[in-house]
Design a protein around this ligand. Structure first.
Ligand SMILES: C[S@@+](CC[C@H](N)C(=O)[O-])C[C@H]1O[C@@H](n2cnc3c(N)ncnc32)[C@H](O)[C@@H]1O
Length: 381
């Protein structure tokens, strides 16, 4: 049984990715610098001086393509590192930019889809992450006068690719780990929708003099969801553009191992500052998942749907048999092993303890009474 995970950050360019074994990665969750978004110009120009020349000359199609060629080097490498049946999730936004008074869209998501198809990945249904903004200046162009007003970009993409066919779980222990990695039925209904409305952008302030002003981080929930959706406990998750470490932290919370690359060494301090408080955050989030599930099951019961199955380790009812072997664990401790390597240790959530700490007493009593009536075994203390 997996009760520890390991995590490593490599402060070097993702163009290398040579510290990862071939065919060792189960899932990639990442968000690269976005081509033609001005905040990333400098990063791209450092990688290839011709990008600066193209930008200065107003040759935007050429600059866009050269930027993507830098990302292509990373995508090419992923094809060797990802296992057969492994998945790659790329969060990216398209860019709008005015070059020489000419406003246009630079469609990074379609460029990246074409690249992944060309190197042998299959595209699975993608997710639109809808990020609404109420900024007063969100509309661009000619205002109320047609036809020169421009539609506002209020979404990003999470592109989903698979290497080869469906992943096989062959041995009994592989099958068991898969069952233990199940998520709640109601989470499936929410997570596997192709438009995510419910995720707010992550806080962007970094508050470190030596770091850029905006973190460009994606929200913890985005990485945590994708990891739960597309990998199992004990898997290796890779993020070639780790930034503030969101993917690593989400992997820790989800009992997966992780490896990250980040070119800016100044994130080291940011990540180590976050570590001491992280287990508290992660465990609260696990409690919230369990409490939300308890409330969801209460609601179903009130609507005349008595539960048929039980999650053994949590002593909680559930909708489907697939959830019944699910195991959630708290993070017991996180050790800093030096050399940008960390180890997370986990503790079991014992029967009923999860509910006792998360549901309010009246809700708890109600759940117990209702469920007993339906002959569901609940070991509530
Ligand atoms: C969009 S941000 C990713 C943010 C991250 N998902 C998070 O939650 O913090 C892209 C990151 O890639 C890093 N980066 C840019 N070029 C890189 C390269 N060649 N190799 C590795 N990291 C790079 C940037 O410093 C930045 O932190």
């Amino acid at each position: 049984m997996q009760k520890q995970t390991s995590h490593r950050v490599n402060y070097r360019s993702a163009g290398e990715l040579n510290l990862v074994d071939e065919r060792s990665v189960d899932l990639v969750v990442t968000s690269p610098p976005y081509p033609m978004i001005e905040m990333w110009d400098r990063d791209f120009c450092v990688l290839n001086g011709a990008i600066q020349t193209a930008l200065s000359a107003g040759e935007c199609a050429r600059a866009f393509n050269l930027m993507h060629e830098e990302l292509d080097k990373v995508w090419n490498r992923l094809h060797f590192l990802v296992k057969d049946g492994g998945i790659v999730c790329v969060n990216v936004g398209d860019a709008t930019r005015t070059v020489k008074e000419n406003f246009q869209l630079f469609s990074s998501h379609s460029r990246i889809i074409n690249k992944f198809l060309s190197i042998g990945f299959q595209n699975l249904p993608n997710i639109i992450w809808r990020k609404t903004t109420n900024a007063p200046n969100k509309f661009m162009g000619s205002g109320m006068l047609p036809p020169g007003a421009y539609v506002t970009l209020e979404h990003e993409y999470i592109l989903v690719f698979r290497k080869g066919g469906k992943r096989n779980f062959k041995t009994p222990s592989e099958k068991q780990l898969r069952r233990e990695s199940a998520f709640f039925w109601e989470e499936r209904n929410q997570w596997f929708s192709d438009v995510w409305f419910d995720l707010k952008g992550a806080g962007q302030d970094l508050n470190h003099d030596d770091l850029r002003k905006r973190s460009a981080a994606f929200p913890f929930e985005l990485a945590y969801r994708l990891i739960n959706m597309f990998s199992v406990k004990g898997d290796l998750i890779l993020d070639p553009f780790l930034g503030t470490g969101t993917t690593m932290f989400a992997a820790m919370a989800a009992e997966r191992n992780s490896m990250g690359y980040e070119i800016d060494e100044n994130f080291r301090r940011h990540i180590s500052n976050k570590l001491p408080e992280f287990s508290g955050f992660a465990n609260k989030m696990i409690q919230t998942r369990i409490a939300s599930h308890g409330k969801f099951m209460e609601e179903r019961l009130r609507n005349g749907n008595p539960p048929k199955f039980e999650i053994q380790t949590l002593g909680l009812p559930c909708v489907s048999r697939q959830e019944s072997d699910m195991i959630l664990r708290y993070i017991g401790s996180i050790e800093d092993l030096g050399d940008d390597t960390y180890k997370a240790n986990y503790t079991d959530i014992s029967d009923g303890a999860a509910l006792v700490t998360t549901l309010s007493p009246p809700a708890l009593r109600g759940a117990k009474r209702e469920l007993n009536r339906d002959q569901i075994h609940l070991n509530l203390k």
